[in-house]
Unconditional design. Structure first.
Length: 659
């Protein structure tokens, strides 16, 4: 089974792609059959991915150093040869497992959540295409193939965020996501083109060999290659919601909740982290570019946590939490640790999918009421959702022994290590990494606080809505919650720092580190203490209500408003669009209308019409007119010459006469 999956890995994305085609063209009017086709295809893909994962672990060191590529030539010309195929290594196999596992559970959950929706079959067709696009991206052996699937992922997110297109808010959110990501993708495409022009290849393995010696292969300076690296990074910044491209992610909550779980846990947003991990050698070679990645990640993590702390909609709190956790992943990559970044990507997929699906159960029970202040006391109505959601909150807060404890602690450790090391990995940016470590630690405290703020408001106390009659979700929705809860509990046990690179998770992502990480008990105690302090503070304000959160907000009204209104970033963008972009567009339209169209295009046309009308008067077709014109011309010529200094001989010669 392993050998079949190894050399035919292209079947893994092909199966959901075929499901999309079958549903779209043949079974779209048969909802149950469409769902069955979609779920069956992704489950088979998961089995194939699982066999790959077991085989890679069994092969030990082989796939750490020597990835397996199965490719065919797509097209070839002078100076450019592009292959299409698959690349199997530890990192890609880990991503295959995460994507197929989470997507399988989300699709099963959707049988209950989307029941009765008029777009039931269409939903499963979109999800199948989404899964196929992400799996194709994961298996890509070169940047061009990756970019093709990257854009397909963007298209699918547009379709799924705007799934309920009859809602104006959903349609606007899908456009916002699509346009924001395209802005970043423009930089990504430029970076890919510049890499091809300078290195003559887009193959990931070849680039990993030549980039560290770029001065030998190209005429680029370090500054020039840094510019290319930052251009490339713009795409992942937009796709993974890094500041200042983060604005589309919270609005993406307009799609169905299973879509939110897919986008935020296993597919679109982590594609940016995965791409940076794939070309991490480019950033590690350039300390300035690496520090830029780390700063953007660390700032995004803290910035989003500051926003989440005052939000009142359950899914938007989770959305800003996702942005913050993605910042953590980018920070880990910026500390030159692929292991830490990919490890947190995996554990985050478990507990964030769990919490989004848990939020879907709550919304399902509360008739889509989004405001958490309308909830309360849901513990006694929804026990399965309560306990699984609690596991998710403990995991994301970094409490031992839940999954997030191991991966988040590892990020703190690699950031701390980067602040105390010099050399290729960090250059002369130790001071920056020290600041980023403090920001990451503060984010850990804030994450625990705002997650348990939401948890206590939603599940403890008394039910505040008298119109709702909450109840537990059906088993088709609660079983995926239980499975994800189990993985959110045990999913990080293989990544304990210092256990050795040969253990469990180490086989999947042990590449790219420039320093060994040992368990730092001071940091472990610090991060756990900060998380417990955040949970305790949330309990005091929102569970025990020893102190009033409203009183604190009234005491610091400006800080509260800034956080609640998301630092007015959306309002700033709207102001720029209305007062700069729109007015600049109006000026350009006027220039086009008056000068380009009015003078150049229309002017040339009118000149041609006028000259044509004049010439038509000359070409009458009557012989007597032509003779008259000829005679008149001779008379005029004679008169002209007679007034000059020419003598009669010249006149006679001109008229054809003789001396």
């Amino acid at each position: 089974m392993f050998d079949i999956a190894l050399y035919h890995a292209w079947v893994i994305p092909l199966l959901p792609a075929m499901a999309f085609v079958i549903i779209t063209f043949f079974t779209k009017k048969m909802p149950k059959r469409s769902a069955g086709i979609s779920i069956t295809s992704i489950l088979i893909s998961f089995v194939l991915a699982l066999s790959l994962g077991i085989g890679v672990i069994g092969q030990g060191e082989r796939y750490l150093e020597h990835p397996l590529k199965v490719v065919v030539t797509w097209f070839s010309m002078n100076g450019l040869s592009i292959d299409v195929g698959t690349q199997i290594d530890t990192t890609s196999v880990m991503m295959l497992l995460v994507v197929t596992f989470i997507t399988s559970l989300v699709e099963i959950y959707s049988l209950g959540y989307m029941h009765g929706d008029t777009g039931f079959a269409r939903f499963f067709s979109y999800v199948s295409l989404f899964a196929a696009s992400m799996l194709g991206l994961v298996l890509s052996p070169n940047l061009l193939q990756m970019f093709v699937f990257w854009e397909l992922v963007g298209l699918c997110s547009y379709l799924l965020i705007g799934f309920w297109y009859h809602k104006k808010s959903a349609a606007e959110a899908s456009k916002k996501a699509f346009i924001t990501c395209r802005a970043g993708d423009f930089g990504l495409l430029l970076g890919i083109i510049l890499l091809q022009l300078n290195f003559g290849t887009l193959d990931l393995q070849q680039l990993s060999k030549v980039i560290p010696h770029f001065t030998e292969y190209t005429g680029l300076t370090a500054a020039g290659l840094t510019g290319i690296a930052i251009l490339l990074f713009l795409g992942p910044m937009a796709k993974s919601g890094q500041f200042p491209f983060h604005v589309w992610l919270p609005d993406a909550m307009e799609g169905p909740t299973p879509v939110s779980a897919l986008i935020h846990a296993a597919t679109m947003v982590v594609a940016g982290v995965y791409l940076v991990g794939r070309i991490l050698i480019l950033f590690v070679t350039l300390p300035s570019a690496l520090a830029f990645v780390a700063f953007i990640g660390g700032f995004t993590a803290l910035f989003s946590a500051c926003i989440a702390i005052t939000q009142t909609e359950m899914k938007k709190i989770l959305a800003y939490s996702t942005v913050s956790q993605l910042g953590y992943m980018m920070l880990a990559l910026g500390a030159s640790s692929l292991s830490a970044g990919m490890f947190h990507l995996m554990t985050h997929a478990f507990f964030k999918a769990l919490m989004f699906l848990g939020a879907g159960s709550v919304l399902h029970a509360m008739h889509d009421e989004a405001n958490i202040w309308k909830y309360g006391g849901l513990k006694k109505y929804m026990p399965v959702t309560y306990w699984t959601f609690l596991i998710g909150c403990l995991a994301i807060s970094g409490i031992f022994p839940f999954a997030g404890f191991f991966s988040k602690d590892l990020i703190l450790e690699v950031t701390y290590a980067a602040s105390s090391l010099s050399g290729q990995a960090t250059g002369s940016f130790q001071g920056l990494y020290s600041l980023l470590f403090i920001m990451a630690a503060l984010t850990a405290f804030m994450t625990a606080f705002y997650m348990f703020r939401m948890f206590f408001i939603c599940f403890h106390g008394e039910l505040r809505s008298h119109d709702a009659h909450p109840h537990e979700a059906p088993k088709v929705m609660t079983v995926p919650l239980i499975i994800l809860g189990i993985f959110s509990f045990i999913g990080g046990w293989g990544g304990w720092p210092g256990l050795g690179e040969g253990q469990a998770f180490g086989y999947f992502v042990r590449v790219g580190n420039f320093h060994e990480i040992e368990a730092n008990w001071f940091l472990i105690i610090l991060s756990t203490g900060l998380a417990l302090f955040g949970i305790g503070l949330a309990a005091i304000f929102y569970c025990k209500k020893t102190y009033s959160a409203e009183a604190v907000a009234r005491k610091f009204p400006e800080l509260y408003k800034i956080s609640f209104h998301k630092f007015y970033i959306d309002e700033f963008y709207l102001w720029v669009i209305r007062h700069i972009v729109d007015k600049l567009g109006w000026l350009l339209w006027k220039f086009d209308y008056l000068f380009v169209d009015g003078i150049i295009v229309d002017g040339c046309g009118k000149a041609a019409q006028w000259s044509g009308s004049v010439m038509r008067r000359v070409q009458t077709g009557q012989l007597q007119h032509y003779a008259f014109v000829f005679f008149l011309a001779i008379v005029l010529i004679v008169l002209f010459l007679s007034l000059t200094d020419f003598n009669s001989i010249h006149v006679g010669l001109l008229l054809g006469g003789v001396k």
